[in-house]
Design a protein around this ligand. Structure first.
Ligand code: NI
Length: 172
C-alpha cells in the first residue's frame, strides 16, 4: 500500500464530475487500499478518488471512533436512492480544504446502492455521521464541495485565500 498525495483547493480537478467505474479489478482494488491508507494517515473519515487525482466514482469511508476497531467501507459507483426527512447539522471538514470547517445541514439518514470491493451490488442504510460522510463524498464525485453551502461572498474569500497560498508555494 502507498500513501497518495491529496489535491487541494483551487485544483480544478476537484470541480470535475467523476466517471463511472466500468470494472472492479485488481488495479482498482490497489487504488482502494492506497486510498484507505491515505485517509487513515490524514486522518479523515472519508476520501473520494478524485481527491487523489483519479476522477472515478469511488469513495472510501470509516466513521468508527478512535477507540473502536476500524470499519473501512468502500463504495464504487454509489447512488443515494433515498434520503430521510429528518435533518442533521454537522461541522464538516474536507481533506482538500485544510483548516476550514463549515456547519452543514443534510438529511440525517439515507439508503445508498453501490458495488463493493469485489464488484458485488450492495445496499446500505446509514444514519448519523456515516450518512453525513456519504453525502459529502458523493458530492465530491459530482464536483461539489462544502464551500458551495456558503454564500458566494464567503466562498470567494476562502477560494481567494487558497489561490494566494498556492501562488506563494509555487514561487518558493
Ligand atoms: Ni471532502
Amino acid at each position: 500500500m502507498a500513501k497518495l498525495p491529496i489535491i487541494t483547493l483551487p485544483d480544478p480537478l476537484l470541480r470535475k464530475a467523476s466517471d463511472r467505474v466500468e470494472r472492479v479489478d485488481d488495479e482498482l482494488r490497489r487504488l482502494m487500499d492506497d486510498m484507505l491508507e491515505t485517509m487513515y494517515a490524514a486522518p479523515g473519515v472519508g476520501l473520494a478518488a478524485v481527491q487523489v487525482g483519479v476522477p472515478r466514482r469511488l469513495v472510501v469511508l470509516d466513521t468508527s471512533g478512535e477507540d473502536e476497531e476500524r470499519r473501512p467501507l468502500i463504495l464504487v459507483n454509489p447512488e443515494i436512492v433515498s434520503l430521510g426527512s429528518e435533518m442533521r447539522v454537522h461541522e464538516e471538514g474536507c481533506l482538500s480544504i485544510p483548516d476550514v470547517r463549515i456547519e452543514i445541514e443534510r438529511p440525517a439518514s439515507l439508503t445508498v446502492r453501490f458495488l463493493d470491493r469485489e464488484g458485488k451490488p450492495q445496499e446500505l442504510a446509514a444514519e448519523g455521521l456515516l450518512a453525513t460522510a456519504i453525502q459529502h463524498e458523493v458530492d465530491h464525485l459530482n464536483g461539489k464541495l462544502i464551500i458551495d453551502f456558503l454564500s458566494r461572498l464567503k466562498r470567494d474569500i476562502i477560494v481567494r485565500k487558497f489561490k494566494k497560498q498556492a501562488k506563494a508555494e509555487a514561487a518558493m
